[in-house]
Design a protein around this ligand. Structure first.
Ligand code: ADP
Length: 266
């Protein structure tokens, strides 16, 4: 795990803060059942972290804490923040600043897209940042190009395939130039070409990424590090190949060893 400091030639200097720092985060919804239990982790700048685990493990709930999406429990200014992103403590008073740092892509595009056309949807974030009309247009064009949807500006968001709708969501997020990308099941319901295209986009994104996914093969291709979350607790945290080739550990948490890490059988 990242320590936040490293030894230089002659002295120990503090590194720039990690992209994400979570300290002792616990959470339960109204029912009282503990969904996250004392989560502590940090994600370095530029690091690609996969979050895997069975359904109901708490992955989406953890991701939502990174963007202040669970407002009922956001700490006030006087309280300690369990989550810090890009150096900004996630609190009631900092939510808009946090959302400038963190771009969040929901699992279901219906939760994200709400404008009639692709152009309007992608423009929404940059307009909220107060950018000039020309800058907004430039960002729309650039981000649609990045996700392979150049020329889709006037299309209705309702008349696109799921994969295209997901890419519009990502374009809207990229157009805001976030420092950190948080993606919930980005590969679900994508065909192989769309999955490869998304993989390319994520590889090119320079900032930190946290990706909750069941697509374990893509984790091996794409990510530096993986966390297994189960029952709201971190059960393993380490380099992808090391963690995901541990057959016993993987089976304990209802996962499967990726094909490319399986030992030759027979
Ligand atoms: P995962 O993303 O790993 O599938 P979730 O974070 O969606 O897990 O859910 C973790 C647990 O929290 C599950 O038991 C789920 O039923 C519960 N849960 C999720 N959202 C809510 C909610 N809005 N209200 C009450 N319980 C919820």
């Amino acid at each position: 795990m990242q320590s936040g400091t490293r030894r230089t030639m002659s002295e120990e200097l503090p590194l720039e803060p990690p992209a994400i720092q979570i300290q002792g985060l616990s959470y339960s919804y109204g029912s009282g059942q503990t969904v996250l239990a004392d989560i502590t982790l940090s994600v370095a700048r530029g690091e690609r972290l996969a979050l895997v685990g069975p359904s109901g493990a708490g992955k989406s709930t953890l991701l939502m804490h990174l963007n202040g999406l669970l407002p009922d429990r956001l700490p006030r200014d006087s309280e300690r923040a369990s989550v810090v992103v890009g150096g900004v403590p996630v609190r009631k008073s900092t939510v808009s600043e946090v959302r400038r740092v963190v771009g969040f892509v929901f699992q279901d595009p219906d939760d994200q897209l709400f404008c009639p056309t692709v152009r309007e949807d992608v423009a929404f974030g940059p307009l909220n940042l107060g950018l000039s009309r020309d800058d907004v247009l430039r960002r729309i064009s650039r981000s649609l190009d990045q996700v392979g949807l150049a020329g889709f500006e006037n299309r209705s968001t309702l008349q696109l395939s799921t994969g295209e709708r997901k890419r519009v969501c990502l374009a809207g997020v990229l157009a805001c130039h976030p420092e950190v990308l948080v993606l919930d099941e980005p590969f679900a319901n994508l065909d192989p070409r769309a999955r490869r295209g998304l993989g390319r986009i994520l590889r090119e994104f320079p900032g930190a990424q946290v990706i909750a996914t069941h697509d374990i093969e893509f984790v091996v291709e794409l990510c530096d590090r993986v966390i297994i979350l189960d029952g709201g607790q971190i059960r393993a945290d380490g380099p992808v190949r090391e963690v995901l080739s541990d057959e016993l550990l993987i089976a304990q948490h209802g996962l499967e060893v990726p094909w490319c890490l399986r030992r030759a059988e027979g």
